[in-house]
Design a protein around this ligand. Structure first.
Ligand SMILES: CC(C)[C@H](C(=O)O)[C@@H](O)C(=O)O
Ligand code: SF4
Length: 464
């Protein structure tokens, strides 16, 4: 009896050293401009080639501007990063979806939408949110730059085997509650270190009912709970999503693949090192009030008080609230906001924009709000046009920018000014994450939509 994680891990084990790491074969490797330059330099210095070039795919996303992408990149640091990526792709014979390419976009968005990400695979990238790809029933995790070099050179990686955890969500999600709320609820309950050292499998009725975009949102946030990664057993929803994707198997190969993918589930009775069960019907739309993703409350709730915290806890809690300009015990609903950001590998997919657009349809952006709508990829941007969402959004007063990571980590020009509040569909609300002094409130696209049209934290269930 094996867990899904064990099945995939064992199938990719090349050798394992007793009481030491496993040499794990990697099926798919993604690279972006931030964490790859030194790895390529390393290869160059050692006179090495990329071992299996067809299994590595490159995209430009972190440093890309979200306006005028057809013109030369103005910021010299970003330009250098992007040029280096292009140079490395050419020198090492790798596929790169550079700025402006129709397949370009945030790495964790373009992998799945092009069918690179498939069930049963091992997938790595020099990026913590690689956990997103686990939504397809893959072992996907972020690696460091020296490991990027290792994968480029050998298509393998040395890894110690993580412990396994299963998190079950029973019942169905209520109206207005999304995968983002599920994730923020889970992290606020288990804390940002609650899954450290574990690889999580998400299971239960609420998970089975999620579409692929929502599953990606949940798996994306696994890392914010300290997990090595998170995965969901593939099912008809997964196969339906992958069918006809550019790099998905075709014809007979597709049928064979699906037969194999159907075996990718945890056997009944298989044991996990740890298991939690949550009642999904109890979850409400969530917002964060502090400076880590675990500091979340339901939108109708209040910021916790200092009660029950020890001295150190009190100091860090106070520091966090001071940064946010909030007080313990305050209600979140009704707080004024300045910015809304829709995008990122957490919530920058078409489904997220559909949710946002459906909500703001026929309404108007609030005067006090600056809204940045950044599709996660060119495909998503094109879909917005094809589905008529672009028009709906424009009519409601929203401007749609060009794809990239953008204000998720503000490595480009999209920085939220100091002291301003941004309701953001991203995954990290750390100090300065969206710009020096910027204050981030993490939320779902639906909660962001309600904030965008009212200019304050608003329960979307009360508006429609
Ligand atoms: C730049 C990169 C290394 C980083 C990550 O690994 O997560 C970024 O994507 C982020 O979201 O903070
Ligand atoms: S969108 Fe944000 S979280 Fe995702 S890879 Fe880019 S910077 Fe990291």
């Amino acid at each position: 009896m094996k867990t899904l994680f064990d099945k995939i891990w064992d199938a990719h084990t090349v050798t394992s050293i007793q009481d030491g790491p496993t040499q794990l074969y990697i099926d798919r490797h993604f690279c972006h401009e931030v964490t790859s330059p030194q790895a390529f330099n390393g290869l160059r210095e050692r006179g090495l080639k990329v071992f299996r070039p067809s299994q590595t795919t490159l995209t430009a996303d972190h440093n890309t501007p979200t306006c005028n992408q057809d013109q030369p990149v103005k910021d010299p640091v970003s330009k250098k990063q992007l040029d280096t990526l292009s140079k490395n792709a050419e020198e090492f014979g790798l596929t790169l979806y550079a700025l402006g390419n129709e397949r370009n976009g945030v790495v964790h968005i373009i992998g799945p939408e092009n069918g690179y990400t498939q069930p049963g695979m091992t997938i790595v990238c020099g990026d913590s949110h690689t956990s997103t790809h686990g939504a397809f029933g893959a072992i996907a995790f972020g690696i460091g730059t020296s490991e990027v070099e290792m994968v480029l050179a050998t298509q393998c990686i040395l890894q110690s085997r993580p412990k396994t955890m299963r998190i079950n969500f029973t019942g169905s999600l209520n109206e207005g509650v999304t995968a983002k709320d599920l994730a923020l609820y889970m992290i606020s309950t288990l804390t940002t270190g609650g899954a450290t050292g574990y690889f999580v499998e998400y299971a239960g009725e609420a998970i089975r009912n999620l579409n692929m975009e929502q599953r990606m949102t949940l798996c994306n946030l696994s890392i914010e709970m300290g997990a090595r990664g998170g995965l969901i057993a593939p099912d008809e929803t997964t196969f339906e999503y992958l069918k006809d994707k550019d790099f998905a198997p075709k014809g007979n190969k597709w049928n064979e693949a699906v037969e194999y993918w159907k075996t990718l589930k945890t056997d009944e009775g298989a044991l996990f090192d740890k298991e939690y069960t949550f009642d999904a019907t109890k979850i409400e739309p969530m917002v964060t009030y502090g400076t880590n993703p675990g500091m979340g409350v339901s939108i109708t709730g209040s910021i916790p008080t200092l009660d029950g915290l020890d001295e150190t806890g009190k100091i860090s809690f106070k520091k966090s609230l001071d940064y946010m300009g909030f007080n313990p015990g305050e209600k979140m609903e009704g707080k004024l906001i300045d910015y809304v950001f829709i995008g990122s590998c957490t919530n920058g997919r078409i489904e997220d924009f559909r949710t946002f657009a459906n909500f703001v349809k026929g309404k108007k952006k609030a005067e006090n709000v600056t809204a940045w709508l950044v599709p996660g990829s060119h495909r998503v941007a094109q879909q917005l046009i094809d589905e008529g969402l672009y028009k709906i959004l424009e009519e409601a007063g929203f401007e749609i920018r060009q794809p990239g990571c953008s204000a998720c980590l503000a490595m480009n020009d999209d920085k939220v000014p100091a002291g301003k509040y941004a309701v953001s569909t991203t995954n990290r609300n750390f100090e300065g994450r969206q710009g020096p002094g910027a204050r981030t409130i993490l939320a779902s696209p639906l909660v962001a939509a309600a904030a965008a049209v009212t200019g304050k934290i608003t329960d979307p269930r009360k508006l429609n």
